[in-house]
Design a protein around this ligand. Structure first.
Ligand SMILES: Cc1cc2nc3c(=O)[nH]c(=O)nc-3n(C[C@H](O)[C@H](O)[C@H](O)COP(=O)(O)O)c2cc1C
Length: 322
């Protein structure tokens, strides 16, 4: 399936390190790109907008210097995630900054990506849109995006209730372009499985949260390592949209989601518990089931590359009759 030119021969394994609020900061983005997978961050991690300007200059300069110093290395492109929602006051200003820096890769989420597509295509950049269902996917296709990212059930952050198996096949039926699959993908075997299902790239969040370079607090990383899927709560009562959260992080603040009002609570309700959403109440996906360490990004990506190579050589099932 068509991979945008930006990603051709530019990755060691077909993986995008997905943007994570308060987690993906420049050290993680740069480590991912240097390791050979796409590194991204949400624009709102840089506060205020002037900091976005500084981060983008810093990331581009460091990656350019690294490429020059390591001509044989596969250094992946970087990207920014823009929250395309009317309620986001920084959207217009930050889109201008992204365009000025000619950020090679932009991921939109939550709203209609039309303006972003125009602006980013204007300088030759690539735009993918994050979707959790087929209806949203059709709107993004109409807006002219270069790729779709389907985030299936069990993902960290805001996750679809639809299984990845179902979602990716449903979208593949009407979208022949570049398709990315996310949700509980941690290793090279799962990356290969995503390709077998029809995806071109895998979208990996929670696994990269538990790395040395991520901005998550040490306790948060350890909680991801210690957690099982039984420790996750899938609820819309914290952010107003269904997302997976680590129950032990809620318990630390005396929060029991079953006691919260339906849908998004007044933020003062959380403040009464001394907790801020995302900062103290932590999100992670079903990937926690197989995360057992907090490695450096380069070590983790090397491991993924090996697993992916092994998975690509798998013979057909022994159950198949000759
Ligand atoms: C802590 C956390 C924060 C996230 N923040 C964002 C965000 O700001 N913007 C966004 O588009 N997705 C966000 N996501 C979702 C990820 O980009 C991605 O869809 C998801 O992590 C993939 O599933 P996985 O975590 O199971 O690998 C977040 C996910 C996590 C775990």
């Amino acid at each position: 399936m068509p991979l945008p030119a930006l990603f051709q021969q530019a990755l060691r394994v077909p993986v995008i390190g997905s943007p994570m609020f308060l987690v993906s900061f420049p050290p993680l983005v740069k480590a991912l790109c240097k390791a050979g997978v796409v590194g991204t961050f949400p624009h709102v991690n840089a506060r205020p907008s002037e900091q976005l300007d500084e981060w983008l200059a810093d990331i581009a300069a460091e990656l350019a210097a690294y490429r020059a110093a390591h001509p044989g290395a596969v250094v992946a492109p970087h990207g920014v995630n823009l929250v395309v929602h009317k309620s986001n006051p920084r959207y217009e200003c930050d889109l201008d900054i992204v365009a000025r820096h000619r950020v090679p890769f932009v991921i939109t989420c939550l709203g209609h990506p039309g303006r972003v597509v125009d602006a980013v295509h204007g300088y030759g950049g690539t735009v993918f849109c994050d979707v959790t269902g087929a209806e949203h996917a059709r709107k993004c296709i109409d807006a002219g995006v270069d790729g779709l990212i389907c985030v299936g059930g069990g993902a960290g952050g805001h996750a679809s209730a639809q299984s990845s198996f179902s979602l990716v096949r449903e979208i593949r039926r009407f979208w022949p372009g570049c398709l990315v699959l996310g949700g509980a993908i941690n290793d090279g075997w799962q990356v290969r499985a995503a390709e077998v299902l029809g995806a071109d790239l895998a979208y990996v969040g929670t696994r990269f949260l538990a790395t040395q370079e991520s901005n998550a607090q040490p306790d948060y990383k350890q909680m991801v390592v210690d957690a099982t899927v039984a420790d996750l709560v899938y609820t819309d009562r914290l952010s107003g949209v269904y997302a997976n959260f680590l129950r032990p992080s809620l318990q630390r603040h005396g929060i029991d989601v079953s006691q919260l009002p339906p849908k998004r609570p007044d933020m003062s309700t959380l403040a009464d518990h001394g907790a801020k959403l995302w900062k103290d109440l932590w999100s992670a996906g079903h990937g926690v089931a197989t995360i057992a360490d907090i490695p450096r990004v380069a070590t983790l990506v090397d491991r993924m590359v090996d697993e992916y190579a092994q998975a690509c050589t798998l013979p057909p099932s022994a159950a198949i009759a000759p």
